[in-house]
Design a protein around this ligand. Structure first.
Ligand SMILES: Cc1cc2nc3c(=O)[nH]c(=O)nc-3n(C[C@H](O)[C@H](O)[C@H](O)COP(=O)(O)OP(=O)(O)OC[C@H]3O[C@@H](n4cnc5c(N)ncnc54)[C@H](O)[C@@H]3O)c2cc1C
Length: 497
């Protein structure tokens, strides 16, 4: 057991922890990053390697409205930061709908009768008067778009992804995320086309047809970042799970205990701790008397888990989309990634391709607990059922599970996060929460990185210059940001005091 001191210790080598470590090391601060995974850096944004194939935990597009983030990506990757064409479609009622939809394609497949029903139910919803704000997701969607559209395009897919009834999901979350469900928007635009100018503006602002992607997947970016941190004298320790965190009031220092896969524990000292580990887990490792309401708030925060079955398939040019959304209720798969379309270098042999069959689940449920063999069999049969491959062409498969992939926005989650945040901030001025699960925010890499960037500025200044919690968390703006909307101000939220 050794005790080494660093200025800042980061928990987690995902985008947030690595961004903080990189920027601090550049400023000459001593940094150490502890990561529980013993093989990969990158967290949920890692790229897994299997027999020369590379695949993400869900395809990771790179797009940011923050010039600082774009600049950092380029600084780290240079020529390896590719601009890739984007294509994705929606599988619904046995058909593939273009996404974003084109009028002729959508109406031809959905049928004029169904489209007319949708419009009728929307108009009925518009005419109704409401005394109370919507209580939950279902009510929000039904009021805004009508019951028929809710039933067709929202209910099945949303419940598949989140594993709970639409009446259990908060209305706020619908308001934030709904723009991402572009089938609806596109039908709307198909029926009432936008002016060319508006359509062009939307396309430019949202990079609907292109996105950035590292040549060998997001893991390439995060491995490069870790290498650069080490080259600057920082320490990135893999296979170290933080199991205890103690604040020593006398010395003003933290003692952080990491445990290796072999069960050996090591202690480190640090002046500041930057945590990207899930908020409930953080409360669990604090060696302190945690008040009951804080414990209860932590215990009640929920996550949705995720697993991907990567199937290696003979290339038959069945589809070249980057991914396909599966709105079909008869299969459990929620989305299918086609990693070769993200970057040809994700696949070692041009005669083969690799599909990522994505399943949304809860840790401990039937899918999560199924054996890898059962999951590969399920994924194979569903790919064949959807008509996207022949059984004989599927050569191999591998399963990767990702616990706590999505922080859940259920009723009351905001109040719980506020309880945790308020208690932690009041008690530990040198403990800084960053990132997705670190702040229980449903965000993308750039937002996770931005919280780390602003935290670094606060640490370097020795005071709160920026309110990290006010960084916008709209994970869906990649899809459908509104034309003319300028979120620049929200990128640099200042502390109120
Ligand atoms: C299916 C899916 C698709 C996505 N698609 C995109 C996309 O297209 N574009 C995009 O930009 N973003 C995307 N995201 C979001 C992106 O993955 C996250 O925003 C980002 O990874 C968050 O970074 P983070 O560092 O905050 O957290 P994480 O990536 O979760 O990293 C946290 C790290 O902390 C480690 N850790 C946890 N507990 C401990 C402990 N006790 N001790 C030591 N280490 C610990 C974890 O192992 C992990 O490595 C997607 C996410 C999912 C689930």
């Amino acid at each position: 057991m050794t005790k080494e001191h660093t200025s800042v210790l980061c928990i987690g080598a995902g985008p947030a922890g690595l961004t903080a470590g990189y920027l601090l090391a550049q400023e000459g601060r001593s940094v150490r990053i502890l990561e529980q995974d013993s093989r990969y850096v990158g967290g949920i944004s890692r790229t897994v390697e299997y027999r020369g194939f590379g695949f993400d935990i869900g395809g990771h597009r790179f797009f940011s409205k923050s010039p600082d983030i774009e600049q950092l990506w380029r600084e780290l990757l240079g020529e390896d930061f590719l601009l890739r064409p984007r294509k994705s479609r929606i599988f619904y009622r046995g058909q593939l709908f273009d996404y974003p939809l084109r009028a002729a394609d959508a109406l031809g497949k959905l049928g004029l009768f169904e489209a007319a029903r949708c419009v009728g139910s929307y108009l009925a919803a518009c005419c109704r008067r409401y005394d109370q704000p919507p209580a939950h997701f279902e009510e929000w969607v039904t009021r805004h778009f009508g019951r028929r559209l809710f039933e067709i395009f929202f209910k099945t897919y949303t419940e598949k992804v989140w594993g709970m009834k639409c009446t259990e999901i908060s209305a706020d979350w619908a308001a934030q995320r709904i723009r991402g469900l572009s089938l609806l928007t596109a039908i709307w635009h198909a029926l009432w086309p936008q002016s060319d100018a508006v359509a062009r503006e939307r396309t430019i602002k949202t990079l609907v047809h292109e996105f950035h992607y590292p040549r060998r997947g997001p893991g390439m970016l995060w491995q490069t970042t870790a290498d650069k941190i080490r080259a600057m004298g920082g320490d990135v320790c893999l296979g170290q799970t933080v199991v205890a965190l103690q604040w020593n009031q006398g010395s003003g220092q933290w003692t952080v205990t990491g445990r290796s896969a072999l069960g050996e524990t090591t202690e480190w000292y640090a002046d500041h701790v930057v945590s990207s580990m899930p908020m409930p887990s953080l409360i669990g490792v604090l060696e302190d008397t945690v008040p009951e309401p804080v414990r209860e708030a932590a215990a009640a925060l929920r996550h949705r888990d995720f697993l991907v079955v990567a199937l290696i398939v003979r290339e038959r040019q069945r589809f070249d989309d980057n991914w396909i959304y599966i709105h079909e209720p008869h299969v459990q798969v929620g989305r299918i990634q086609n990693f070769k379309s993200w970057s040809p270098e994700m696949v070692p042999d041009p005669a083969l391709t690799c599909y990522g069959m994505e399943y949304f689940c809860f840790e401990g449920d039937g899918l999560w607990n199924a054996s890898d063999e059962q999951l590969v069999t399920l994924a194979r049969s569903e790919l064949v059922t959807l008509g996207l491959a022949e059984q004989a062409d599927i050569l191999d498969g591998v399963v990767v599970r990702q616990a706590k992939a999505y922080p859940v926005y259920d009723e009351g989650y905001e109040a719980r996060v506020a309880v945790l945040r308020n208690w932690l901030e009041a008690r530990y001025p040198t403990l800084h929460l960053v990132g997705r699960n670190g702040m229980h925010k449903y965000n993308n890499q750039d937002h996770a990185m931005k919280t780390a960037m602003l935290t670094v500025k606060n640490i370097l200044a020795g005071k709160c210059l920026y309110d990290v919690w006010a960084v916008n968390q709209d994970a869906e703006y990649h899809e459908e940001s509104l034309a003319g909307e300028d979120q620049g101000e929200r990128w640099v939220p200042r502390c109120v005091s």
